[in-house]
Structures are given as C-alpha cells and as structure tokens.
Design a protein around this ligand. Structure first.
Ligand code: F6P
Length: 367
C-alpha cells in the first residue's frame, strides 16, 4: 500500500469552523500513515501556510477527536495569501503573500496539500494550484452553498442545532401565544433556514433566494391567530431580505476573505410583525451555536468518508480536485467546477416544494 511519490502531505482547515473538521483530519491522517506518508498539520488555515506554522501529526494526535467539534489545527478567515492585510501608518493595506505560501510548501517538502474549507478556501486552493501546488479540496461549510457536492459536511450538524432550537421555541411560543422569530446563519444561501424550518415545522421560512413580501408575512401569522393557532414560528436566514429592501449588514471587516458580516434581520422582522399585527413577538439569534459542538452521526460519517477519499486522491496524484458527495457516492470534481457559482435554493428544490405542500409560507407568492 506504499505510495511511491507522495511522501509528505500538508493538511489545513480554512475559513469558519464547523462540526466535522476533526473527523476529516483524522480520516486523512490515519490512512496517510498506512500509505507511508508523513502528515503536516498547518495551523490556523492559510495563515499558517504564509507565516510558516505547522506541526507533524501522528496517529496519537488524531486519536479521540472524531466526535470533537472545532479543529485541532485552528482556522482563520483572515489568512488569504492573495489578500493579506498588513497594518501601515495609513491603515490596513492588502498585499499578496502567495509566494511566501509556496516557499513554505516547498520548504516543508510537501508533495500535496489537503485544504478543508468552504467557498473561500476552494478559491484560494485553486489559485495556489495554478502556482504549482498539488492541492486536494474537502468541502466544508454549515451553509451548504458549494456547487458540485450534494452536501458539505457541517451542514447537518447546524440544521440539527437549529431544528432543536425551533422545537424548544414551539413550546414557549404556544404557552405565551407569541410569534417567535429565529435567525439562523447561511450567508447568501437559505439552506440552513430551509432545512431547519422544514425539520422544526416552522410556519414561515424567509431566505435570501426568495425576497419576501411583508404583507404576506403579516397575513400568515394573522390568519393562524384567527384559526386559533395563537403562535407562529418564523425561521429567517441571516441573508433574507424584503422585496423592497437589502440584506442587513452588521459589520464590514476588510481583513476577512469575505468582508461582509450579516445579522439583524431577525430583530427587524420581529419588530415589523409586532407593529403591523399587534401580536407579541420575540427574537432568538442562534449565531455560532450552529457552528460549535459535536458533529451529528451523519456528519461524522460524511467527514470520515471525505477525509479517507481525499488521501486516496493524493496517493493517486489526482490533484486540483475536490472530494464531493453525489447521491450516495463519494466522487471527485475539479475544484474550479466547485467554485464556478454558488449552490442556492431554487423554487424547484424538493424541500421547498414539500414545505409549501405542508403549508409553510416563504413570504411570497412568486416562488
Ligand atoms: O460560512 C459560515 C458562516 O457561519 C456563515 O453562515 C456566517 O455568515 C459566517 O460564517 C459568520 O462568520 P464569522 O464567524 O466570521 O462571524
């Protein structure tokens, strides 16, 4: 089972963390040793590749981490080598540090780099591949917005947390006859809101892909009230926006790979419903609870399959490719295909069709 040419691989976790990262690191490291490879864990994502922070990983380092959330390697969404922020007298200046990343890759004698991350990480990995690095991608993100894979790992765990929160909100909403608005993550995609709203039996789901009509939101909760259902659950994606409005940006940070930080739509929806209907509302923002903690069994299995498949690709020198889930199969796709466009919810998405069939409103009659 010895690989002739790939002797030493690097592995890094880039962008926002999520449950399942450690399971992938374990899935990469253990079989890599069986192949006779050495594994270098690069710290804090691409930041460590630029600044030269890495440590050798042995089986003992990855033992017992399957069910542990976060990443033993650390992560960062500010370490893009092609967009490297430095502090100058005049403020933050963005410079290119990709040559430094390549120098470290060569200096560590790496034959391949396994980059575990989302959209931003795959874009960087693709550019580094263009500079001559042997890269294999593993698709991570709670947002599930990566094209070319049916699912990213981490999404199921985030949906589990959000659906459980909706279950809990149901009982208190019912006791107090309130409208409960729950804001979930997902960036520019509505997958978490859609899946958690469907799993939790939300009455209204608002997502970025389907700009909503305020009147339809008011009508839905008022109608439920008149029918004796004196509470409603509204599941709002952080990127959702009304037809006449924009996404709510909470902060802008030029040092990040994506400078936009979303947040605040939940509170806005709550306030508008209360003003328009006089029904009592409350808001819950789930935030990073969706990214923390132990991965679900589904994510542990998917992460392990992704990690072990990635090392096989590396051993076979199939570089420039990303591991992907297609149906029940694990396959590989070109990284550039995975990043060609974002995977978004459409009116034809089966979960949308099923949600509508059971009476869930998307706050619009256009979708
Ligand atoms: O991409 C994952 C994600 O959790 C998004 O859903 C969210 O918009 C963003 O990251 C939050 O990033 P940060 O942890 O940097 O605030």
């Amino acid at each position: 089972m010895k690989s002739k040419s790939v002797k030493r691989i690097g592995v890094l976790t880039g962008g926002g963390d999520c449950p399942g990262l450690n399971a992938v690191i374990r899935g990469v490291t253990k079989p890599a040793h069986d192949y006779g490879m050495e594994v270098f864990g690069i710290e804090d994502g691409f930041e460590g590749l630029v600044t030269g922070k890495a440590k050798q990983l042995y089986n003992r380092d990855v033992s017992g981490i399957l069910a542990v959330g976060g990443t033993i390697l650390g992560s960062s969404n500010k370490g893009d080598p092609f967009h490297w922020p430095i502090q100058t007298e005049k403020g933050i200046k963005i410079v290119n540090r990709a040559e430094l990343a390549l120098k470290n890759y060569k200096g560590w004698n790496l034959d391949a780099l396994i980059a575990i991350g989302g959209d931003g990480t795959m874009h960087i990995a693709n550019k580094l591949a263009g500079m001559g690095m042997n890269v294999v991608g593993v698709p991570k993100t709670i947002d599930n917005d990566l094209q070319a894979t049916d699912q990213t790992f981490g999404h199921d765990s985030a949906v589990f947390v959000a659906a459980e929160a909706i279950d809990r909100l149901h009982t208190t909403a019912s006791s107090h006859h309130r409208i409960m608005v729950v804001e979930v993550m997902g960036r520019y995609a509505g997958w978490i809101a859609l899946h958690a709203g469907l799993a939790g039996g939300a009455d209204i789901i608002l997502i970025p892909e389907f700009p909503f009509d305020w009147e339809m939101v008011y009508q839905k909760v008022t109608k439920r009230n008149m029918m004796g259902k004196r509470f409603s659950i509204v599941c709002v994606a952080e990127g959702a926006k009304p037809k006449s409005g924009k996404m709510i940006v909470k902060a802008v940070d030029s040092k990040r790979t994506d400078p936009i930080q979303l947040g605040g739509i939940g509170e806005f929806v709550s306030k508008k419903i209360m003003e328009a209907t006089s029904l009592e509302t409350r808001t819950t923002v789930l935030g990073h609870l969706q990214r923390g903690g132990s991965p679900t069994p589904y994510d542990r299995i998917l992460s392990t399959k992704f990690g072990t498949f990635a090392i096989e690709l590396a051993a076979k020198r199939k570089f420039g490719r990303m591991v992907a889930l297609k149906g029940n199969e694990i396959v590989s796709v070109k990284i550039e295909d995975a990043i060609s466009h974002q995977k978004l919810v459409t009116p034809e998405t089966q979960a949308v069709i099923s949600a509508k069939a059971v009476g869930i409103s998307f706050g619009s009659d256009e979708f």
